[in-house]
Ligand binder design. Structure first.
Ligand code: PLP
Length: 388
């Protein structure tokens, strides 16, 4: 029996890149506070600014436009500020797509009554017509839209949506947390006024993120007040080691992103070719642009919890939808928003790959999958008539 584990849950979190680990260990050796003016302080400041330049370069902004936070959730909360404005009018409404991460769906600092949900198509892509209807004649809005969905991998029409929102005098926040390191993008080309990022989805440490300012956004209320760190936009002594790890992970990822993701996409496609051979299997969002590393699929009659345990016993780590919701019994809100019924949604299995995923990993995964799919009895299929 092999004891080697195969990790295929990269959208939940990624293994730490060796470069990030080395940068963090070096940073932990430094005594200085980045706000101190002595040599020790300047050394710590140097690491923070080096990381800021790396993150800024990766998304096409200048370093002063990057605000480090304690993770993606804090970056999103900072972005979702009522009263924010890029032009003259402060936003009073928050529009979110139905497939956003819980951090966005919860609305940040907006009151529940100020939040409106924009529908998605059956393929999990923002319905631009519904967005237009919600904006027509209404007060200026902040749209929060993800670049890529964490469960299905579906890419969202961010640039088109941004054009519509800007024409209506609004502001656009893009949750690019799953896209960073998987698909190259530039903040300006997306039309994003604000972009949230998270280190642990790209080989950096957990608990570090950044809010990127793509435009001269006014009225951004700090979540944390105190010292004037991060140009007054986020108080508190910087997490120097975490930030250095984030910068190193970004610097290690970006130069080979295209080649790495082409290789990963081939592996993902090989997995899907095998899943398709199982009767009645459904691969979600396969007809739209998706992240190259992600597949979400279901076979009626095979419950995701059972499958995840089966994979785990075979040494393979996969997920039943998003990590945040996998402890709950409810089917994924993303699949529900796409019109998928609860039976099929409860069978959804997510496999997500990363830069070090190998042919051997895929072989182990397929071996486990064939056993699970082979155990499906004819009766299992008959008991679940629903098709998506
Ligand atoms: N947004 C998306 C799309 C995510 O996948 C995640 C992480 O699961 C988050 C936001 C939250 O980021 P963090 O875990 O850094 O708070």
């Amino acid at each position: 029996m092999t004891t080697e584990r195969v990790y295929l849950d990269w959208n939940a979190t990624t293994p730490l890149r060796p470069e990030a680990r080395a940068a963090m260990v070096a940073a932990l050796e430094l005594a200085g506070n980045p706000s101190s003016i002595h040599a020790e302080g300047r050394a710590a400041r140097g690491l923070v600014e080096q990381a800021r330049a790396a993150v800024a370069g990766a998304v096409g902004v200048t370093a002063r436009d990057v605000v480090f936070t304690s993770g993606g959730t804090e970056a999103i909360t900072l972005a979702l500020t009522p009263g924010l404005r890029v032009g003259s009018q402060p936003v009073e409404r928050l529009l979110v797509s139905a497939v956003e991460h819980a951090a966005v769906l919860s609305g940040g600092r907006f009151a529940p009554a100020q939040i409106e949900v924009v529908e998605v198509t059956r393929e999990g892509v923002l319905d631009l017509e519904h967005l237009r209807r919600l904006l027509a004649g209404g007060r200026p809005a902040l749209l929060s839209l993800m670049l890529a969905n964490n469960e299905t991998g579906a890419m969202q029409p961010v640039a088109e949506a941004a054009e519509i929102v800007h024409a209506a005098g609004g502001v656009v926040h893009v949750d690019a947390i799953q896209a960073l390191g998987k698909v190259p993008f530039r903040t300006k080309e997306l039309g994003a006024d604000l972009v949230s990022l998270s280190a642990h989805k790209i080989g950096g440490p957990k608990g570090v993120g950044a809010l990127v300012l793509g435009a001269d956004a006014q009225g951004l209320e700090p979540v944390l007040r105190g010292g004037g760190q991060e140009l007054g936009r986020r108080a508190g002594t910087e997490n120097v080691a975490g930030i250095a790890g984030f910068g190193a992970a970004v610097a290690a990822t970006m130069p080979t992103i295209v080649a790495d993701m082409a290789r990963v996409e081939n592996l993902r496609n090989r997995l899907e070719a095998n899943v398709r051979q199982t009767n009645d299997s459904v691969i979600f969002c396969e007809s739209v642009a998706r992240l190259p590393n992600t597949t979400l699929f279901a076979v009626p009659g095979l419950r995701a919890e059972t499958a995840v345990i089966g994979f785990d016993l075979a040494g393979v780590a996969v997920s039943s939808g998003s990590a945040c919701s996998s402890g709950k019994v409810q089917p994924s809100h993303v699949l529900r928003a796409m019109g998928c019924g609860p039976e099929l949604a409860q069978s959804a299995i997510r496999i997500s790959l990363g830069w070090s995923s190998s042919e051997t990993d895929i072989e182990a995964c397929l071996k486990a999958w064939k056993k699970l799919a082979g155990n499906l009895t004819k009766r299992d299929h008959e008991t679940v008539p629903e098709r998506f």
